[in-house]
Design a protein around this ligand. Structure first.
Ligand code: CDP
Ligand code: MG
Length: 833
């Protein structure tokens, strides 16, 4: 049976390699495998052992027969009534009108760039055109198309759609493969997979043997994985002249990709969208009798401009609607809309204007507007689920039977996915709460109203993209345009941007490619694990190369933390870090937490650093919230405060009082649940790579020793270190590069007047006007000396040098010697583990 996947040039090579195997026997086994009846009368031909010379001919014949059969099946299905109906639907898609052009350009060129408006049929049609045309020209059995998607969910939903359009079940000619899941059969010739899966395949099979077409979809998103894949493919093309590469993009920077591939031809699919009425926040508020005006209020950090609202006489006063909007206005804080600092972003929570306004608009649409689905773009799944909960508990949307409330995000179940595409019954309003996934990769046809909160959050846990970036940021103008376009798919629509126009004008034109905006540490580790040579040489061949400095920083960082050695080779630690899909510093903590038997609290810390800050600080209740967090302090550590808060929540959950606990302590219930889920995921990862025994993961013997946890946190966060300098009444913080730095006001250490430790290790520093530190833990000299840096041999000296002047002053040579020898012992211990 495997024979069927190996036909064509590859199989010939296979037979040559195995020349000592009795080829007649091979041919005979084909005959057997075909005796399931699929070859009808020709079966007899193969029953006789064939002489060696004709083996190739036999294989070709089988291949041809399979292809012939595929063609007949395809034709038969197209002639069924459902097939005709589907063809009619498909032929109305703009991509279908370009079918012949696209196929002919692909046949004449090795690389083709195809661009077209979202929803024109690129993802569902183009791979299908290629498959159909290969089948029509009786090459079906030899063709092997791989189409990559940036996200799991789109790989799954698109493959299902394409199989459906072909009148088949998923796993027949069309399949999918994502991490830990897949549906693929022996007859699968078109495979949708995540970009990460294709990268992993390249690790094992550099030449993509047997693959005839690679389609890279959604390249305009410029994800790190896609940019990375393009470098690898560009280098593969000359070695595989018959391999076709098709790049598909939604927006108009097709030239960039074309010139990267030496002027590859571009096919543009003309779009057809309906006009969309666009409203910004000021227009929306005006409808309700409120006005938004800029104020010259100065905020905590300096000159940022905040907004205030002036209430005017409300023009319309309709009981429920007005009371909702008044709630919205009362809790409004428009700092949110002008401040782009991390501090203000973390205040995006269920009680702020965003949610109330969304609620108000949904209510208005449900009660007063024409039929049509509503698509709400939100920041992330935690916001989506909070809003969903809120909408379900309030009945502002009217009769619950007349509202179909759905969610659309990266981790939704596939049963839920299907509902999104279905048309609801008459009189039922479909409302889809979505992340930016619905911007380009998923098309919901019946959308007429779009609500856009203006923010997006990257959450990526695919193993090959190790940099989870979880903070909400403003989207680009191109994204806002895409979101608006979703309203005009089938008829004229309306788009409500929940931010003022002047804020929109500050958006970047396009989102910066991920490779230029995220730290490259994880990517560098990937390059090393795929053995792609020198990191800087490799990255200099990217579509847009990251700055040399950024690359140097990343390599330098990886050396300091001990993931790469002096010659840029992966160390043992580095190899383990490539197996953990998270930032290296978090991976380091998990590894050391496992070795030092304190994994349980470390899991909480690592999970806590991977989700939205669980400690909420609503702007109007800042003091109360900070006081609530202070209850968990006591160890001069935000990380330990989180461990305590989580433990408290877990205990409260047993009595089903987790929600109440969160409410009382200004904790985000969603973040707590997310931490819980991530802890489970991480423990699975740590067990998979053999750091802990699967039997021990549930036992309660993990240490909660505060100083041990401090040491592990320090091991992970180094070199993020600052010194604590006390003066009469308080203390100041200094780092080597920035001089004086400040703590975020919600840090437990910010409330102290004295810190009885000489150092703080911190998770992140952010430059606003001054440099602010987020999440810190106080550590002693010994901990820093013993756990800072890479803990690898010979490094102790470097480390001591790095701590610079302070240590020279503080350390006598004999003390330094002692530390060095303890460090070496410690290192030996860790290595031996
Ligand atoms: O990739 P592109 O944005 O160009 O469009 P697509 O995803 O291929 O979708 C083309 C059309 O197929 C959409 O406009 C929908 O009408 C339909 N479609 C669907 O009905 N169900 C899906 N799961 C995907 C697409
Ligand atoms: Mg698409």
């Amino acid at each position: 049976i495997t024979v069927f996947t190996r036909v064509g040039a590859y199989f010939e090579e296979y037979l040559n390699q195995k020349s000592r195997i009795n080829k007649s026997f091979s041919a005979l086994s084909f005959a057997r495998s075909s005796s399931d009846g699929s070859f009808g009368t020709d079966e007899g031909l193969f029953v006789q052992p064939e002489p060696l010379a004709s083996t190739k001919a036999v294989v070709e014949k089988i291949c041809w027969q399979i292809s012939l059969q595929m063609r007949d099946q395809q034709q038969a299905r197209q002639e069924l009534p459902e097939g005709r109906k589907m063809l009619e639907f498909r032929s109305n898609l703009p991509a279908y009108k370009e079918r012949e052009t696209i196929l002919s350009v692909i046949s004449k060129n090795q690389v083709v760039v195809i661009s077209g408006e979202t929803g024109c049929g690129k993802t569902t049609q183009i791979p299908q055109f290629i498959l159909e045309s290969e089948i029509e020209s009786v090459r079906g059995a030899a063709c092997n198309i791989i189409c990559t998607q940036p996200r799991r969910i789109s790989a799954m939903s698109v493959s299902e759609r394409v199989a459906f359009e072909r009148g088949e079940k998923l796993g027949e000619s069309v399949g999918y493969k994502v991490r830990l899941e897949g549906m693929k059969g022996r007859d699968t010739h078109l495979l949708f997979c995540t970009t990460g899966i294709l990268l992993r395949r390249l690790l094992a099979d550099r030449n993509l043997k047997g693959v005839t077409h690679v389609i890279v979809d959604e390249i305009h998103e410029r994800g790190m994985n896609e940019d990375f894949l393009l470098i690898v493919l560009k280098e593969l093309l000359p070695h595989r002249p018959e391999l076709k590469l098709i790049l598909m993009s939604a927006t108009l920077d097709a030239e960039l990709f074309s010139s990267y591939f030496n002027g590859a031809p571009i096919v543009t699919i003309p779009g057809s969208t309906h006009p969309v009425r666009t409203l910004f926040l000021e227009n929306i508020l005006e409808m309700t009798g409120y006005q938004l005006t800029p104020s010259n209020q100065i905020d905590d950090y300096g000159q940022e401009r905040a907004w205030k609202m002036n209430k005017q006489a409300p023009r319309k006063r309709k009981s429920q609607i007005v009371s909702t909007v008044e709630d919205a206005i009362r809790s409004a804080d428009f700092k949110e809309y002008s401040l782009q600092t991390q501090e203000s972003l973390s205040c995006w929570n269920p009680d702020c204007i965003g949610f109330n306004l969304i609620e108000y608009l949904l209510c208005d649409i449900c009660n007063n507007k024409r039929p049509g689905a509503v698509l709400v773009f939100m920041t992330g799944w935690d916001d989506i689920s909070s809003l969903k909960e809120k909408l379900q508990t309030h009945t502002v949307l009217g009769d619950p039977k007349r509202v179909l409330l759905l969610t659309c995000h990266g981790s939704m179940a596939s049963s839920e996915q299907k509902l999104i595409f279905e048309e609801p019954e008459d009189g039922v309003r479909k409302i889809v709460l979505a992340t930016n996934i619905a911007e380009t990769s998923i098309t919901i046809d019946d959308v007429v109203f779009v609500l856009d909160c203006g923010k997006a959050k990257e959450t990526s846990y695919d193993a090959l993209n190790n940099t989870p970036c979880l903070l909400p940021t403003w989207i680009s103008k191109a994204s806002a345009h895409q979101r608006r376009g979703r309203a005009g798919r089938v008829q004229p629509g309306e788009c409500y941007h929940l931010y003022p126009r002047c804020v929109y004008q500050t958006f970047a034109e396009y989102q910066l490619p991920e490779i230029l905006r995220t730290p490259l540490q994880s990517l560098c580790l990937q390059i090393k694990s795929l053995r792609l040579g020198s990191i800087s040489d490799f990255l200099s061949r990217a579509l847009q190369s990251p700055e040399i400095l950024a690359v140097q920083n990343a390599v330098e960082y990886l050396k300091i933390i001990g993931a790469l050695d002096e010659n840029e080779n992966l160390t043992v630690l580095g190899r383990y870090l490539t197996m953990l899909p998270m930032e290296p510093k978090l991976g380091k903590m998990l590894i050391l937490g496992a070795i030092f038997n304190c994994l349980d609290p470390i899991l909480t810390i690592v999970a806590g650093l991977s989700v939205r800050d669980p400690f909420l600080t609503p702007l109007d209740k800042k003091d109360l919230a900070e006081a609530a967090k202070a209850q968990f302090s006591g160890a001069y550590s935000d990380h330990l405060a989180l461990v305590r808060a989580y433990k408290g929540w877990k205990d409260a959950e047993i009595d089903l009082r987790g929600y109440e606990y969160c409410w009382k302590n200004f904790l985000s219930f969603q973040s707590m649940k997310a931490i819980d889920a991530l802890r489970r995921e991480f423990i699975g990862l740590v067990t998979d790579i053999g750091l802990v025994d699967s039997n021990t993961t549930t036992c309660d013997t993990w240490s909660y020793d505060v100083n041990l946890i401090r040491a592990v946190v320090c091991y992970g966060l180094y070199p993020g270190t600052c010194s604590v300098v006390h003066n009469e009444k308080s203390f100041a913080l200094k780092t080597m590069e920035d001089g004086q730095v400040l703590l975020y006001s919600n840090s437990v250490n910010a409330r102290e007047t004295k810190i009885p430790y000489p150092w703080l290790v911190f998770n992140e520093k952010i430059k606003v006007n001054s440099v602010f530190l987020r999440d810190s833990t106080a550590v002693s000299d010994s901990v820093l000396l013993l756990f800072g840096g890479s803990l690898s041999k010979g490094d102790a000296d470097n480390h001591l040098k790095m701590l610079g002047g302070y240590l020279e002053f503080f350390m006598e040579p004999t003390v330094a010697d002692m530390y060095q020898s303890i460090r070496r012992e410690l290192d030996d211990f860790i290595q031996s583990k």
